[in-house]
Design a protein around this ligand. Structure first.
Ligand SMILES: Nc1ncnc2c1ncn2[C@@H]1O[C@H](COP(=O)(O)OP(=O)(O)O)[C@@H](O)[C@H]1O
Ligand SMILES: [Mg+2]
Length: 303
């Protein structure tokens, strides 16, 4: 069973705007899934729909096997949500907010559990402070503590590190990684490629309401580093067998296509050109391409 299963999900807002278009996505239990995309791509819409805060127009969503509308109470219990906008003006004490939130889900009060959450987020000393007196970074961590107050099995974080300084960002990544080790499934949205790179097990890229990529991070990074060198030879019939053995390129007519991992083999393109010259092989054109994925990313991140 998956933590989340989304099938053919679409969302049109009341004004007719299509925010999500036929989303199919499964999130595995215990993984960190990062949904990457630029502003307005539909990230918050998707999170809010899974959490049952926003209605969808078509499709089906299951959270730990339960339909998120038919079994709303059941699914909501297993979910902790850290929304994109943090409430900052609360006169409430930190601990009261957590206790209240825990109570909403009919959980038995547990000072031990809540103290543990506060300690792990370096908030224990602020337990009895009013939320409005805390720094921005602390407020953010209070929101995470609050989302965890009822011991959810899956934690959603909507842009947890937007506008957060580097130190806090790193602390939060570490914290999320530790949560994962405790068995909590994590679903976060971000518009930072670096964030997805650092902590995600799998990455989904959303653009204009469409999920354009879902991939294991490792595979995605391999593709990201891939480049192509395309060389047009002056003559067609040249013996290239030795060079082919060395570089493993593709030959099509008088066109050579060499794919290589830019991160691992930075010098391969210049070595190859040197070898061509050394062997007096003339070429009329040369072109390099980045992998499509990188183009997609670059386009996505450009706002
Ligand atoms: N209540 C709403 N009514 C109409 N359009 C909305 C509403 N909420 C969001 N949108 C639009 O839906 C798109 C996706 O928004 P959102 O999910 O917030 O994107 P993201 O979180 O990726 O920045 C945006 O174009 C946004 O303007
Ligand atoms: Mg958003």
């Amino acid at each position: 069973m998956h933590a989340i299963e989304i099938k053919k999900l679409s969302k049109s807002y009341n004004n007719g705007f299509k925010a999500l278009k036929n989303i199919n996505l499964s999130v595995k239990k215990g993984e960190i899934f990062a949904l990457l995309g630029p502003n307005g791509a539909g990230k918050s819409t998707l999170i809010n729909i899974i959490c049952g805060i926003t209605k969808y127009s078509a499709g089906k969503i299951k959270v730990f096997g339960f339909d998120n509308i038919l079994n709303y109470k059941r699914t909501r219990e297993s979910i902790g949500l850290v929304p994109q906008e943090i409430a900052t003006d609360s006169f409430e004490k930190v601990i009261n907010t957590l206790e209240f939130s825990r109570g909403l889900f009919n959980k038995i009060p547990s000072t031990d559990y809540l103290d543990g959450v506060l300690r792990s987020l370096n908030l224990f000393e602020k337990k009895n402070n009013q939320i409005r007196t805390l720094s921005g970074g602390m407020k953010r961590r209070v929101m995470i503590a609050k989302a965890l107050s009822h011991e959810p099995k899956i934690l959603f974080l909507d842009e947890p590190t937007a506008g957060v300084d580097v130190n806090l960002r790193k602390t939060l990544w570490k914290y999320l990684y530790n949560l994962k080790k405790k068995g909590v499934t994590i679903f976060l949205t971000t518009h930072y490629i670096e964030e997805a790179e650092k902590i995600a097990d799998r990455i989904g890229v959303i653009n204009d309401g469409k999920l354009v990529i879902i991939e294991e991070k490792k595979k995605l990074l391999e593709k990201l580093g891939e480049k192509e060198l395309i060389i047009t030879l002056e003559k067609k019939k040249i013996d290239l067998s030795l060079l082919k053995k060395k570089y493993g390129f593709n030959l099509n007519g008088n066109q050579i296509t060499l794919k290589y991992d830019f991160k691992k083999k930075k010098r391969i393109a210049s070595n190859f050109l040197n070898d061509l010259t050394k062997n007096s092989i003339k070429f009329t054109d040369i072109e390099t391409k980045k992998s499509n994925l990188e183009e997609i990313f670059t386009n996505l991140v450009r706002k």
